[in-house]
Design a protein around this ligand. Structure first.
Ligand code: ZN
Length: 142
């Protein structure tokens, strides 16, 4: 187990523009603000979406594309360091026109219709991702 205690830092609230790539917009915001560790929460809607599903047997991501308008019912993520730079890791749940839910690991290609974010910085923690041989994922190591 890995557990670290930090303190509250800055809290940012805002929205991303129509047509923006959601993952890229989050990455640019984190980079611009210099946030190294923190949490992300977001709601809104997308014009189209792309998410990943990690196949634990093959250790590969499968890309799932949704070429349709959907609500962002829930979107949560974290910010930590990878290769010394801030890295954004986000999971997202969409609702379709029938209220059915879909989701996965947020990938580039998810186009914002409207998106309201809350980003909370956590200070006093150094949290860095490194390759983990058991899972083939980049996990928090130190
Ligand atoms: Zn993920």
């Amino acid at each position: 187990m890995l557990s670290k205690k930090g303190t509250g830092g800055r809290k940012l609230m805002g929205r991303f523009e129509y047509g923006a790539d959601l993952l890229q917009a989050l990455e640019e915001m984190v980079e611009k603000e210099g946030i190294k560790v923190g949490t992300i929460s977001l709601i809104g809607a997308v014009q189209e979406a792309s998410v990943g599903y990690f196949n634990q047997a093959t250790k590969e991501y499968k890309t799932i594309d949704f070429p349709e308008n959907m609500e962002i019912l829930f979107c949560t993520g974290n910010i930590s360091l990878k290769d010394g730079k801030p890295f954004v890791h986000v999971h997202i749940v969409f609702g379709d026109r029938e209220g059915k839910a879909w989701g996965g690991h947020l990938l580039p290609g998810t186009k914002v219709f409207a998106a309201e974010f809350v980003i909370e910085e956590i200070e006093g923690i150094h949290l860095e991702r490194e390759y983990n041989a058991v899972t083939s994922l980049s996990l928090w190591q130190k």
